[in-house]
Design a protein around this ligand. Structure first.
Ligand SMILES: Nc1nc2c(ncn2[C@@H]2O[C@H](COP(=O)(O)OP(=O)(O)OP(=O)(O)O)[C@@H](O)[C@H]2O)c(=O)[nH]1
Ligand SMILES: [Mg+2]
Length: 232
């Protein structure tokens, strides 16, 4: 059975990690979870170390969400890579479907808005995400519904070499914009999202949306490459 690297960014997730790890390791796949701890000050690292077969990359200080994903991706070795948050908001049980979708697609995003399911997300966050996503589709000629998802799958060869300059949540846009400019179509599968009911939200959603709108315009002029060689 093929091994799949799963990159999991972590910042102070002691409340959600035990349940998340049990669900992940119960899947009928051969997974290599790569946890990237981003300077947690709680028991997150101790909990991760208790689970066998996991890889733990530790940042001494908080370097940002994007920095965590970059380090996780750069340390991956398998043909397919999955990215999923540690707070349990995206169901690990959808990983097998994403892995199968990667047989036919270079990049797969788990979308909270693609299916018919009720979306457990406050209206203002949904509006912010939908606005940013619509603008992204317009500028970068894609047809996605959830740019900001934290659940993604990649063929490693598609993402491994991409420059990832942004350390914060801007990483989400940088990756998607570079893929689009590289003529990669982002495929989506619907995913059932549940807002965390344990641990604390650490993200300032309004600030991030404003930053992304500005960056989107900036990237539309600066990210021009059409083939992979120009990315390097
Ligand atoms: N906010 C934040 N999360 C980080 C960071 N580094 C790693 N993470 C992890 O990245 C994942 C996504 O972060 P969240 O803060 O949950 O972002 P979100 O799901 O968009 O927003 P919430 O509604 O707050 O859950 C979680 O697993 C975090 O533990 C960081 O610097 N900031
Ligand atoms: Mg979250």
């Amino acid at each position: 059975m093929e091994t799949i690297d799963v990159v999991i960014p972590v910042l102070n997730e002691e409340a959600s990690l035990p349940d998340f790890c049990c669900r992940l390791l119960a899947l009928p796949l051969h997974l290599r979870p790569i946890f990237v701890d981003n300077g947690s000050t709680d028991n997150s690292c101790r909990i991760i170390k208790d689970f066998p077969g996991t890889v733990l990359i530790q940042h001494a200080d908080n370097e940002g969400y994007g920095a965590s994903l970059r380090d996780g991706i750069r340390s991956s070795v398998t043909e397919k890579i999955i990215i999923i948050d540690a707070d349990g908001e995206y169901p690990p049980e959808s990983i097998p479907e994403m892995v199968s979708a990667l047989d036919n697609h270079e990049v797969v995003y788990g979308s909270r808005f693609a299916g018919k399911q009720m979306v457990d997300i406050p209206w203002n966050r949904a509006l912010g995400n939908k606005t940013v996503t619509a603008l992204f589709d317009l500028i970068f000629s894609q047809e996605i519904t959830d740019l900001y998802t934290g659940f993604k799958g990649f063929k490693r060869q598609t993402v491994y070499d991409l420059p990832m300059h942004y350390n914060g949540f801007e990483h989400v846009l940088e990756i998607a914009a570079r893929l689009a400019r590289n003529k990669i179509r982002i495929h989506e599968i619907p995913v059932q999202y549940r807002l965390r009911n344990v641990g604390k939200s650490k993200m300032s959603h309004f600030q991030e949306v404003v930053k992304l709108l500005y960056l989107m315009v900036f990237f539309s002029f600066t990210i021009r490459a059409c083939n992979r060689d120009q990315f390097r």
